[in-house]
Design a protein around this ligand. Structure first.
Ligand SMILES: *[C@@H]1O[C@H](CO)[C@@H](O)[C@H](O)[C@H]1NC(C)=O
Ligand SMILES: *[C@@H]1O[C@H](CO)[C@@H](O)[C@H](O)[C@H]1NC(C)=O
Ligand SMILES: *[C@@H]1O[C@H](CO)[C@@H](O)[C@H](O)[C@H]1NC(C)=O
Ligand SMILES: *[C@@H]1O[C@H](CO)[C@@H](O)[C@H](O)[C@H]1NC(C)=O
Length: 678
């Protein structure tokens, strides 16, 4: 959608001189011109003279933008979850649905991977290509959309640590999401780098940003009888204003029916998050804030999945449409959370702290969310239903353009490719870039790596030599393992894969406390003992005490036959692209290792690549790298069984598919053309 219409004369002369003299082509161009005379773009409607004088105002029943009524029809689309080659096409699909706005969160952990090192696309990290926030915001405007900006710094979003960088936890007295000094100074430095990226893209300066959110569901942060830290909220508000985002509407988002106005600030617009029961949630919002327009900042169009859950969660499309009808017919503005969910690539999936057993629930790789556009950007039934409802309730229907959306992208079933090479765990460990030696086991965050920022993601191997008795000794780990551990004696795996839900209480899983396991001894004076611990995702949602979550072994001693074991070597496995692509020592594959190993195959494509799905149903648990890029975790426990591979990660020609499998590998890698999410 171009904001400037080409003059009629130019189009006609272009078509008659450079096109073949074909009547239907000329008719087509004339038809296009006639249509664009009847309706205008959003920006032409809201900024007829090109210079906005006032931005978004929330007084009375209806929002106004530059003095004209605006009902916000918005969709959440996170640039860090959709391949950048698909951003523009996604915006077009949103605009074609009748939306006028896009809403995004901003992930601090990706934008500041190491303290003081900022990444807005230029840092050369594996995720850097996804991080050009400024281009994303500008592209939204090019596609005729406004922007609701949610900088966090806490974003929840089923994202690792709710978007916060793990290095914050190197401060032993850190209190995230509070007025605590060291947290506050870290936020101030980050916002100081982030907000100027987009400060000149506010609506009143000719850009698309109409509103900025302060914190996120802050009413949920704490127990019901505790007051919220309003000093911190005010600090964020002041910081936003002083960093140049000083001319946008400010808002907060919470669940008014249960959290009332605990997460709000005076003068800042309160908005609602909910899925069902629109009536009670909206009426509570109206009661709390009678003289301002209603906005549902998160209308949950679907839901996310946890590993180990029986089925893929979705939401019935009729209930979705009925609730949307209620929201729109009561004059409320709406944002679909999500409009397109996308993917938690790499190790970016978070986890939820749940009040009931098993207390910690890690999130799957797909963030399909049951959204109107699927993980791969496909139109769904929810999309068609919301298009009808928006057309029905949009006061500007027929006045503002309604462009046609792009066609569905084709998917490919590339079939089976036999695994050709294996790299054993010895070779893998020996090629790790760093190792640390310490008497006691250290948590990931404490390791002196990544310029003093610790290890954020992946696995950490704890190794030592101990005397194990014949026939067996007892290994005891005090506290919990964070989050899952596999044990090896002389690199032979001793722990079993997860099989039943109750296993999470046992040795090697997050819910087990002070658990032990029997290990076979050889009678040698020193057997090699290794414990491989995986960070399955830091908690993104829960009460304040859930936000202290160091990973690895650190809660208590490790004992063999009741004696404390000291003298550990720690080998981080972050599986960055350069590491995966640089691995050497591959051997021809004959059979699966019993325990962790790397596997590889080459997929040769003779035509331009298409989107596809890796079918991991024959595999057990691990991570897949496509040409070195981490496309995420897979796990036989489900519900998700395939991994989405967007075409831009593949090339025409040879592609390396590398898999870190922790238990037993299949003999082939398979690509199918549909996702299996349950
Ligand atoms: C703008 O909204 C207000 C409040 O809902 C309404 O009274 C008014 O008629 C609307 N104006 C236009 C031009 O639609
Ligand atoms: C925010 O700014 C206001 C106005 O300048 C000031 O009164 C207040 O103390 C500031 N609050 C914080 C927490 O910085
Ligand atoms: C409000 O929304 C939440 C979330 O969808 C829902 O659980 C609840 O039943 C709704 N109503 C009230 C009164 O909380
Ligand atoms: C080891 O585990 C067994 C059962 O799982 C338990 O009976 C025993 O007390 C444990 N040993 C220690 C030292 O905790």
């Amino acid at each position: 959608m171009s904001r400037k219409q080409r003059p009629l004369a130019q189009i006609i002369s272009y078509s008659s001189f450079t096109m073949p003299r074909n009547l239907s082509v000329i008719t087509f161009f004339i038809a296009l011109t006639v249509q664009s005379c009847l309706s205008v773009t959003l920006y032409e409607y809201y900024v007829p003279d090109g210079v906005p004088s006032t931005g978004l105002v929330a007084e009375g029943e209806t929002f106004t933008l530059n003095g004209k009524n605006l009902t916000i029809f918005s969709g959440s689309f996170h640039y860090f979850r959709v391949h950048p080659d698909y951003w523009r096409e996604t915006f077009k699909k949103m605009r074609a649905a009748g939306l006028n706005t896009v809403q995004t969160y901003v992930p601090w952990n990706l934008h500041e991977p190491r303290q003081g090192e900022y990444d807005f696309g230029e840092l050369g990290e594996d995720m850097s290509p996804f991080l050009d926030l400024r281009s994303f915001v500008q592209m939204a405007q090019e596609e005729d959309l406004f922007v609701l900006f949610r900088p966090g710094p806490y974003i929840c979003s089923e994202w690792e640590f709710g978007g916060m960088p793990s290095w914050l936890q190197r401060d032993p007295t850190m209190h995230v999401r509070t007025y605590y000094d060291n947290y506050r100074s870290a936020v101030a430095a980050y916002f100081g780098a982030l907000l100027p990226q987009v400060a000149d893209l506010e609506f009143t300066e000719g850009g698309p940003i109409i509103a900025v959110q302060i914190e996120n569901e802050y009413g949920n942060f704490g127990y019901d009888d505790e007051p919220r830290d309003h000093l911190y909220m005010n600090f964020l508000k002041n910081l936003t204003l002083s960093s140049g985002l000083d001319n946008s509407l400010l808002y907060t988002s919470d669940s008014p029916a249960s959290k009332l106005d605990w997460g709000t600030l005076p003068g800042v617009l309160q908005t609602a998050n909910f899925q069902r029961d629109a009536e009670s949630n909206l009426s509570m919002l109206k009661l709390l804030q009678p003289n301002r327009p209603m906005m549902v900042t998160e209308f949950w169009s679907g839901w996310f999945d946890h590993w180990l859950a029986d089925v893929h969660t979705d939401w019935d499309v009729d209930e979705f449409a009925t609730t949307l009808d209620y929201i729109l017919s009561h004059g409320s503005s709406v944002n679909f959370y999500m409009f397109i969910g996308g993917t938690n690539f790499g190790f970016m999936a978070g986890a939820n702290a749940v009040p009931t057993w098993p207390t910690y629930a890690p999130i799957v790789t797909s963030y399909d969310y049951g959204a109107p556009l699927s993980e791969a950007g496909d139109y769904t039934e929810k999309y068609s239903r919301l298009v009808e409802l928006i057309a029905l309730y949009n006061p500007l229907n027929g006045i503002v353009d309604n462009p046609v959306g792009p066609a569905q992208r084709q998917k490919a079933a590339y079939g089976d490719f036999p695994v050709t090479e294996i790299l054993d765990i010895y070779s893998l460990i020996s090629q790790a870039p760093v190792k640390f030696v310490n008497d006691e086991p250290l948590n990931m965050e404490a390791l002196d790596m990544n310029n003093g920022n610790g290890q954020s993601y992946g696995y950490l191997l704890y190794s030592t030599n101990v005397k194990l008795q014949v026939p067996q000794s007892e290994l005891l780990i005090r506290g919990h393992v964070r989050d899952m551990a596999q044990v090896f004696v002389d690199l032979v795996v001793q722990t079993k894969p997860y099989q039943h839900l109750n296993d999470v209480n046992d040795f090697g899983f997050w819910n087990g406390r002070d658990k032990n396991i029997s290990l076979p001894g050889t009678g040698n004076p020193a057997d090699r003992l290794d414990i491989l611990v995986e960070n399955l995702g830091r908690v993104n949602y829960g009460a304040a005490h859930n936000f202290y979550q160091k990973k690895g072994l650190w809660e208590g001693d490790v004992l063999v036959d009741r004696e404390r074991v000291l003298g550990w070597t720690m080998t981080p496995l972050e599986f960055k692209k350069s590491f995966v692509n640089g691995l050497t020592g591959w051997e021809p594959f004959t059979t699966s290792a019993n325990g962790p190993a790397m596997y590889r195959t080459t997929v040769t494509l003779s035509s331009p690549p298409l989107d596809t799905f890796l079918d991991m149903r024959q595999w057990n648990k691990g991570v897949v790298f496509v040409n070195g890029f981490n496309v995420g975790r897979y796990w036989s426990v489900g519900p998700q069984r395939t991994l989405y591979v967007p075409a831009p990660l593949l090339v025409q020609g040879d592609n390396q598919i590398t898999i870190f499998e922790q238990y037993t590998a299949a003999s082939a890698v398979s690509f199918i053309d549909v996702p299996i999410l349950s």
